[in-house]
Design a binder for this molecule. Structure first.
Ligand SMILES: [Zn+2]
Length: 331
């Protein structure tokens, strides 16, 4: 490994994460190789500009398919898909994507430079199960970079969630709300539980779940809410899984469960009549972030301050607790 240098990495004012000489991730920048780490809006910035000006736009096959659903086929078709673990050589640099454990298709991006420097960008990630990849320079997300952001109950959330759903289903339908990625996770949790009540979902989530199952993920027993089967199911107590933005007007009279990463004192909290918040997160909490960083052995860490307001504090914590040089970018 060579010595790590800030000349090889940068985060621009528009959120573009620059790795080595050629690669830009998660926003547009005048570089030949654009990579989309995953299909959340703050990582799909400037895709149409990148499709116009970059030589190649790259994502995992699952991310490419989800982009097709969220942004339309015209946007997704020119995106080049790259599987996890397959090296992609470009002008003397090598790019490899690794599982990030965040949402379906989410990837960490490793760039090996001409000088054999290794630069790893985590994108959004959850550790475990994100893959541990040794690196010289690490660019990390910092969503829960504040030391107060710790969920000691991480292991119990699924049990608490299924317990709450079972109890609620005795007299009601249950509607669960989360962001894309988290809703897929909740369907998997339901599929793996002994809850056998059918699940209805809106059109976009239906299509995303179809993509997930076509790529071998274990999601099943879900129905488009407006299909004949969906309409029939909705006549009896059932489960609805919807995007967070639909929480206000969907699931009238049902027990509502809002999934959030921003709850640290308890896995389940009542927040109103027949309304609960459950601390299901697809990001690493503060301790998991630190554990991951110490596992990948960087000599320099850059925290993503474009996407997290605690990135500056997190850089200080990395410095103090792990003794690793850390800075936040953009400045
Ligand atoms: Zn994300």
């Amino acid at each position: 490994m060579s010595s790590a240098d800030l000349d090889d990495v940068e985060i621009s004012d528009n959120g573009a994460v620059l790795l080595g000489e050629n690669v830009v991730c998660d926003s547009h920048y005048q570089r030949p190789l654009r990579i989309i780490s995953h299909a959340h809006s703050d990582h799909m910035l400037g895709i149409s500009d990148s499709l116009k000006f970059c030589e190649k736009v790259v994502a995992t096959p699952v991310t490419k398919d989800i982009i097709g659903i969220l942004k339309g086929k015209e946007t997704a078709d020119p995106v080049v898909s790259l599987d996890y673990g397959l090296p992609f050589e470009y002008r003397g640099e090598r790019v490899i994507l690794y599982p990030a454990g965040h949402i379906p298709g989410s990837a960490q991006v490793l760039v090996e430079t001409r000088e054999n420097q290794r630069i790893l960008y985590t994108g959004d990630f959850r550790y475990p199960p994100a893959e541990v990849v040794e690196t010289d320079i690490l660019i990390t997300e910092a969503t829960y970079g504040n030391p107060e952001c710790v969920r000691d109950f991480n292991d119990n959330v699924e049990t608490e969630l299924t317990g709450l759903i079972k109890k609620s289903l005795k007299n009601n339908s249950v509607y669960i709300f989360g962001f894309y990625g988290k809703v897929q996770e909740v369907v998997t949790i339901l599929n793996n539980s002994d809850i056998n009540v059918p699940i209805v979902v809106p059109e976009k989530i239906f299509k995303i779940l179809k993509v997930c199952s076509s790529h071998g993920m274990k999601v099943k027993d879900f129905y488009f809410s407006k299909s004949d089967a969906g309409i029939e199911i909705r006549k009896a107590p059932h489960i609805g899984v919807y995007h967070t933005t639909a929480a206000r007007w969907t699931g009238k009279d049902a027990v509502k469960i809002l999934l959030t990463g921003w709850q640290f004192d308890a896995p389940v909290k009542p927040v109103g009549e027949k309304k609960f918040r459950v601390a299901l997160s697809d990001h690493s909490d503060f301790n998991q972030l630190l554990e991951f960083i110490s596992m990948v052995h960087p000599t320099l860490v850059v925290t993503d301050g474009y996407r997290a307001r605690e990135a500056g504090l997190f850089a200080l914590e990395i410095n103090n607790r792990l003794g690793i040089r850390a800075v936040s970018r953009p400045r």
